[in-house]
Write a protein that binds this ligand. Structure first.
Ligand code: GTP
Ligand code: MG
Length: 171
């Protein structure tokens, strides 16, 4: 068991390539309304969770809801790949604006596992090249996260560490 400490007043970013298990992890460890998923918001604004053209509108809506939740003092989790520094920067900024701590939980799963999992999914037709690009971005991100302003960075390597993780909320 590995206890990942998360301040109650925080904005938690899940970070990981497609297929790394972010949505699965979020469903296991966080409440129904605590997790804001980019897929779900794509669905809300376009009727299609997989419509990548809906991504800008989806994130605009997601950030708006995140801001409302943080204002209400509610822990909030962002379920998106968050492998790009620019994407993370907006959320670090949002956390600061609401006086909560930005926290990153990284799911670092081998490329081959993510590719195999996505191949088995319906509705996720990302080819291996998409996962490879995201893995490259993740590798660069792993070195940068601390300097980006995250107050806690939890990195889980592989399926066993992810399965053994528990979340401990700190007042
Ligand atoms: P995107 O939404 O595409 O970014 O992916 P994601 O990171 O949210 O991954 P998701 O949680 O949807 O998991 C992808 C697939 O892997 C699903 O079919 C899950 O059932 C499976 N999966 C997730 N976590 C695990 C795990 O720990 N073990 C195994 N065997 N499968 C898992
Ligand atoms: Mg997901």
């Amino acid at each position: 068991m590995t206890a990942l400490t998360v301040p109650t007043m925080s904005l938690v970013l899940l970070v990981g390539t497609s297929g790394s298990g972010k949505s699965t992890f979020a469903a296991q460890h966080f409440g129904r309304f605590e997790t804001l998923s980019s897929d779900f918001f794509r669905g809300l604004v376009s009727n299609d969770e997989d419509d990548q053209a809906a991504t800008p509108a989806a994130f605009e809506a997601l950030k708006h809801v995140a801001a409302q939740r943080l204002r209400a003092g509610l822990l909030t989790v962002v379920d998106a790949t968050n492998v790009q520094a620019e994407a993370r920067r907006d959320f670090v900024q949002l956390a600061r604006e609401h006086d909560v701590l930005p926290v990153a939980i990284v799911l670092d799963v081998p490329e081959s596992v993510c590719i195999a999992r996505n191949a088995a999914r319906t509705g996720r037709d990302f080819g291996p090249e998409v996962i490879r690009r995201q893995q490259g971005q993740l590798r660069r991100g792993l070195k940068a996260l601390g300097k980006e302003g995250f107050r806690r960075v939890h990195v889980l390597h592989g399926e066993d560490e992810i399965a053994a993780a528990t979340i401990v909320r700190e007042p």
